[in-house]
Structures are given as C-alpha cells and as structure tokens.
Design a protein around this ligand. Sequence first.
Ligand code: G3H
Ligand code: 13P
Ligand code: ZN
Length: 330
Amino acid sequence: MALVPMKQILEEAKKKGYGVGAYNVNNMEQIQAIMAAAQETQSPVIIQASRGALKYSNFTYLGYLMKAAVIENPTIPVAMHLDHGNSLDSAKKAIDLGFSSVMIDGSLKEDGKTPSDYEYNVNVTRSVVEYAHKYGVTVEAEIGRLGGIEDGVGSGSAHITDPQEALQFVKDTGVDALAIAIGTSHGAYKFKGAKVLAFDVLQEVRKLIDIPIVLHGASSVPKELIDAVNKYGGKMPGAEGVPMEHLQKAIKLGVQKINVDTDGRLAMTATIRKVFTESPEKFDPRDYLGPARTALQGLIASKMKAFGTAGHASDYAPLTLEDMKKVYNK
Ligand code: G3H
Ligand code: 13P
Ligand code: ZN
C-alpha cells in the first residue's frame, strides 16, 4: 500500500522542481482514470475530494473508492486529500475516513462564502493543524482569496495574497502547504480581460517561505474540449482557463501542488455528449462512462507529463502516517 502523507509528495517535488496535480474525484470512473494515468506515466498523485463530492457520494462510498485506488496501485505514491475543508469538523470526518491530508480553507468562513479575516483564518487553521498532526496527517491552508464560485462555494471576490502576511500565517499556524491567490479562480470562466497572473507575488512568497506552495483554480480549460462540448449540444461560450505555459512558469517559480477539477469535468462531459449525439440508441452507462474514463485518462496523463510529475513514482520510499506522527511530535 502506498498511501503517503501529502507533505512527502510535495517536499519531494520541491526538491526536484516539478509539480504534482491534485485531481478532484467524485466517482469510480474519475478515480480509475487518474490512477491509470499515474500508472501510464509513473507519477505520484494526489486524489482529492471536496465536501460537495463527499456529500454527493455519502462519504463512505467515495472513501472506499479512493482506498481502492491505493490498494490497486501499490507502487504509486498516492495522497488522499480533503479539498476546501471548512471547519475542524470537516477535517475530522476526512481523517476518520482515512485521508492522509486535509485542506482547511479559512480564507472563507464556515459557510464557504463569506470572506473571513486573518485572525479567523489563523484560529481555525491552527485548530486543524493541532488535530491532524496527532494523526500524522498533512494540512494545507489558504491565505488570500481566489475568485470564482463553484457549487455555491467561494465568495466571488478575489484578494491577491500579501507575501508578508503569508510568512506570518505560516509562522502562526505551522501548516505544511500553503495555497496562495495570484489571480486564478475556480471554474471554467477564469479571466474577464487579459490572462495575467501575479508571478511577482509568487516569487516574493517563495523567497519568504520554505513550505510547498499550492495553486488552486489551475485548470487550463482547453479550447478543444470547449469546442467539443459546444459542438455536441453544450453551451459554454467564452470559457477560458490558465494556459499550460503559465502553469509551467509557476512550477519553475516554486509551486508544487496544482489543483485541477474543471478540466476533468470537461473531458468527461465532451465525451459523453459526443456518444449521446453520435449513438442515440445507446443506453448502457458503460457505453458513455467507459469512453469518458478513457478521455480523462488521456487528459491527466498529458498533465502529468507537462507538470513534470511523470517518471517520479519510484524516486523515494513512501513514509507512513506513523512515520509522520514521529516527525510532528519531535
Ligand atoms: O474548488 C472547488 C472544486 O472544484 C470542487 O468543486 O465543490 O463543486 O465539488 P465542488
Ligand atoms: P479548477 O476549477 O480550475 O479546476 O480548480 C480546481 C480547484 O482549485 C480545486 O480545489
Ligand atoms: Zn480550490
């Protein structure tokens, strides 16, 4: 079994200068596609579930499907991660399910919508760090605020990270990885005007802090996927994401974890729409979920290559959560 703490996956990536995708999962086909891509490219991988995903799947189902990914791929380092936890309670539930990593997003209040202040963020983050580290579990937190709203999550207003505040936040909380806001946003509509990211802020943060850095809202929203969705009856005019060159630059400047959800949704939706349009007689879910899974595998494998993750699966001996307990309790 290679369920590993996310801290190890990210610190190894930091040492060697590559990025690791954290791919959102909601069901079996997505998990299988991501793991097949990790096998194909020999990549370490982070599979992450949002609160919405866990609610949709009734926790236990998704937890066990994610564990199956670990069991079926013993040579691939896999982190099971909670995406955008909103409270200590959400982190506890994920740790109970066997996750090796949790995010606490204290940039927003518990409703997942209202912007919080620094003190709120520090307090809730510190409470999760204290709890999670007792179990050897990695903690990611966020300082600054992303734009965009997904599934009712997000304030809709962005706030670029202040590097000095980020430094203080890391000192005040003891987090393992830090998500920063440099102009990306969640979803398929990321830029109103020019696609500008605050690379200067990223550089400044990297100079000041030494822990792994996370980029949320990092889907590229590939034009060919939007074209396919629209060609087969979808309606997504003007959707745009972060160009791959921007992500590669961010990795070079010091980002290790790259969050991708939207692109996976697009790959599956484009494929399912194509099957329905071209073969309206089909009604077996395997006839559309199977091709969607294959398309998603191709998309994720190409990201693993582009982020530089490919080929690093057997670089290191996986640590266990027991090992991490000793590290944290030193
Ligand atoms: O950051 C948000 C992720 O894309 C998860 O989205 O809450 O709709 O599952 P969700
Ligand atoms: P995208 O919407 O760009 O895929 O971002 C996903 C994300 O940040 C999940 O936490
Ligand atoms: Zn996110």
